[in-house]
Design a protein around this ligand. Sequence first.
Ligand code: FES
Length: 104
Amino acid sequence: MPTAPVVLPGTCSPLAAVGSAALVDTPGAGSFLVARTAPDSFTALTATCTHFGCTISGYESQTFVCPCHGSRFSTSGSVQKGPASRPLRSYATPFANNVLTITL
Ligand code: FES
């Protein structure tokens, strides 16, 4: 199964704190929304909105926000507010030795 090792969460990382999130670009695998939900726990979601395909770039109050029409998604990908009606695809995120891997 292909993987994308994408983040080294150090103290300078945008993902250093629990509750933080970042739009992560990976070489060859595209963009992912990554959120740190616990010290050793992350979620990774496709950054492509299920409404009309915009790249989701906003994050506020633990919620990802699409800039095009305002859809909101939880850090697990479920729709919090439309117009999007389908959840974002999520990926497994094993974390070991301070390296986060997104399993595609
Ligand atoms: S494309 Fe994201 S809300 Fe429309």
